[in-house]
Design a protein around this ligand. Structure first.
Ligand SMILES: NC(=O)c1ccc[n+]([C@@H]2O[C@H](COP(=O)([O-])OP(=O)(O)OC[C@H]3O[C@@H](n4cnc5c(N)ncnc54)[C@H](O)[C@@H]3O)[C@@H](O)[C@H]2O)c1
Length: 366
């Protein structure tokens, strides 16, 4: 198969859909890989690296789309790319169709085969192509939180690990899912005292089994949250209710009970945040202060570490890319139920129920 890897042109997106290692695997399997010149630069992969791995470099995004049977990228096509997508072309990327009607209509019109990373689903309901980004954000939340606890940026002036003779900092993690566990692990590694809360006892039992003894589990309810926010220096929001807005576990009035300089990193900001005062911020201007509490709520945290994020993402997408290339999309999705769940639009027809529901479209009107 002919596979194309265009440069991402969405604002501030430095990731790329395939690493040189991915190109190497595909070429080894007899496929041709076209990579747009400069596509990997933002992630630290250069044209020479792709060439050595067996890719053919193309100068323009138009050529990559025109010559490829399958496009592998990171973000959904933006308006400038809509007309580049070809009839019968496979496009494998994050789409998040339900949040954009124009994109959905454009992809219907293109008559391409759209397979969305975010809806590929394991038999146990996990989303394997979303997990790595939660892992990145969870680990990063402690790095960022530690930084904003410093006094010059209005934090409490606490070193998370403490030093001999001084108590370590205290980290409260809301949610013991992917983000929460990675955050707790990083904080514990720095020597901080960690409290992690969830409403799912299975998750708490797991954390209790695998984490060191300075990571304490506690059931998540308003009473316990009100108690802990008074004494913890850094609070991480990693809560998710699938398909719904995050519950507001910290309300505006609670900020007053926190010590000045407490830092909140609300990773769940992309689902509205689990703190009432959360609003999305950017890497250029990541924090704001309300009632002396520092709020960090960057909606695309993995974007700040494109090398790690690209490698983490392509580690999990490559097996599916290989399957699609080796078998073609029909056989590949017939043989693999997880991948089949990724099918969103097939040659002009929306096949993912939630998209039709999101726009209130009747199936026959689509
Ligand atoms: N900001 C970013 O850049 C970024 C990056 C990746 C993920 N995220 C977001 O982070 C959030 C968490 O993602 P995840 O992969 O860890 O999800 P997950 O499903 O693995 O974990 C969420 C956890 O929240 C728990 N939970 C639900 N209600 C709760 C409550 N009332 N109190 C405490 N815990 C509760 C669930 O039981 C679950 O264990 C999501 O909104 C995700 O989209 C943001």
């Amino acid at each position: 198969m002919k596979i194309g890897v265009p440069k991402e042109i969405k604002n501030n997106e430095s990731r790329v859909g395939m690493t040189p290692a991915g190109v190497f695997e595909l070429v080894k399997n007899g496929h041709t890989v076209y990579v747009q010149s400069g596509a990997g630069e933002g992630s630290g992969f250069f044209d020479g690296d792709y060439k050595s791995a067996g890719a053919i470099l193309l100068d323009t995004i138009g050529l990559v789309y025109a010559m490829s049977e399958m496009i592998v990228k990171v973000k959904e096509p933006i308006e400038e790319e809509y007309d580049l997508v070809q009839k019968d072309q496979i496009v494998f990327t994050y789409f998040h169709f339900a949040s954009s009607e124009p994109l959905t209509k454009a992809m219907i019109k293109s008559e391409s085969i759209c397979i969305a990373y975010e809806t590929v689903e394991d038999e146990d309901g996990a989303l394997p192509l979303l997990t790595p980004m939660s892992e990145v954000a969870g680990r990063m939340s402690i790095q960022q939180g530690a930084r904003y606890l410093e006094k010059p940026v209005k934090g409490r002036g606490v070193l998370l690990g403490g030093v001999p003779g001084v108590q370590p900092g205290k980290v409260l993690v809301l949610g013991a899912g992917v983000v929460g566990i990675q955050a707790a692990k990083m904080a514990a590694g720095l020597g901080a005292h960690v409290t992690i809360m969830d409403v799912n006892m299975k998750r708490l039992r797991y954390v209790n089994d695998v984490m060191p003894s300075h990571v304490i589990t506690e059931f998540s309810n308003e009473f316990n949250i009100r108690k802990h926010i008074k004494t913890h220096d850094l609070i991480i929001g990693g809560v998710l209710l699938k398909g719904a807005k995050a519950p507001k576990l910290i309300t505006r009035d609670m900020l007053k009970s926190m010590r000045p300089g407490t830092v909140i990193v609300d990773v769940a900001v992309d689902q509205g945040g689990c703190v009432e005062t959360t609003r999305p911020t950017t890497h250029e201007d990541p924090v704001y202060i309300i009632d002396d509490v520092v709020h960090y709520s960057v909606a695309n945290m993995p974007g700040a570490v494109p090398y790690t994020s690209t490698v983490a993402l392509t580690n999990v997408t490559l097996p599916y890319v290989l399957k699609l290339a080796n078998l073609g999309w029909e056989e590949a999705t017939d043989n693999d139920e997880s991948l089949q769940k990724g099918l969103n639009i097939i040659k002009g027809e929306v096949v993912y129920r939630e998209i039709i529901e999101a726009f209130d479209w009747e199936a026959e009107a689509v």
